[in-house]
Design a protein around this ligand. Structure first.
Ligand SMILES: Cc1cc2nc3c(=O)[nH]c(=O)nc-3n(C[C@H](O)[C@H](O)[C@H](O)COP(=O)(O)O)c2cc1C
Length: 207
């Protein structure tokens, strides 16, 4: 029995294109994987700790191989709880809209908490960086008001898909699949959603 974690990052609820595409994926997943559990982490409803002076000093201590102070250790309990939660999943789905050509700040905040030395990535002076969150497939479900076809001039503005694929790859994900609902602010929005929802259902069966 596997656990699928859906990290949901749109504040728009039932109006959200990324959530509606993800829901099509999850409904098909539940129907085809009846023994599995699905857990939702809604980043707009979850408490994310500030990554402030204490948390950042704790990070630099880890990088220098130094022990945490009591205050840093307390700040890091929240950090490691979120990391352990991510690692407890067997499969991960991240759904998000594009904000200012990249990510909504709640998702960036989450990533700034969970991308940590010794926990989700390691550094070796000879071998370089390696990811520590391994063996899990990741399905990205991305929405954007505009369209960013590969090779087009608009693609140069897209820091959503390339950043997410890079950062999750950095922490160890090697099986990353991406679906995009594009043009959600255009007259083609509903057509785009229904096309991607069909692709999401097919993708869920193989996930
Ligand atoms: C704060 C904000 C910034 C946005 N910036 C962009 C942008 O840079 N490029 C774009 O194509 N769409 C942009 N949009 C439109 C969203 O990407 C689009 O509405 C998408 O459907 C949002 O995902 P959701 O429907 O799952 O919430 C922005 C929307 C908001 C609220």
């Amino acid at each position: 029995m596997a656990k699928l974690l859906h990290i949901q990052t749109s504040p728009m609820g039932d109006l959200s294109f990324s959530i509606r595409a993800a829901q099509a994926f999850l409904d098909a997943y539940a129907a085809t994987h009846p023994g599995d559990t699905i857990e939702v982490l809604d980043l707009w409803k979850s408490e994310l700790p500030h990554f402030d002076f204490t948390a950042a000093s704790g990070k630099y201590k880890i990088m220098r191989g130094l022990p945490h102070s009591g205050e840093e250790a307390r700040a890091w309990e929240c950090v490691t709880r979120l990391i352990d939660h991510l690692k407890s999943a067997d499969k991960v789905v991240v759904s998000t809209g594009m904000w200012n050509f990249s990510l909504p700040y709640r998702l960036k905040h989450y990533l700034d908490i969970i991308v940590q030395p010794g926990h989700t990535f390691a550094f070796d002076p000879e071998k370089g960086y390696s990811g520590l969150v391994t063996g899990k497939p990741l399905q990205l479900i991305l929405a954007s008001g505009g369209e960013y076809p590969p090779g087009s001039p608009a693609a140069g503005y897209d820091f959503q898909k390339p950043y997410l694929e890079m950062i999750f790859g950095f922490i160890g994900f090697t099986d990353i699949r991406t679906l995009r609902v594009e043009g959600t602010l255009t007259a083609q929005a509903d057509l785009s959603l229904s096309r991607i929802a069909d692709q999401a259902r097919a993708a869920a069966r193989e996930f």
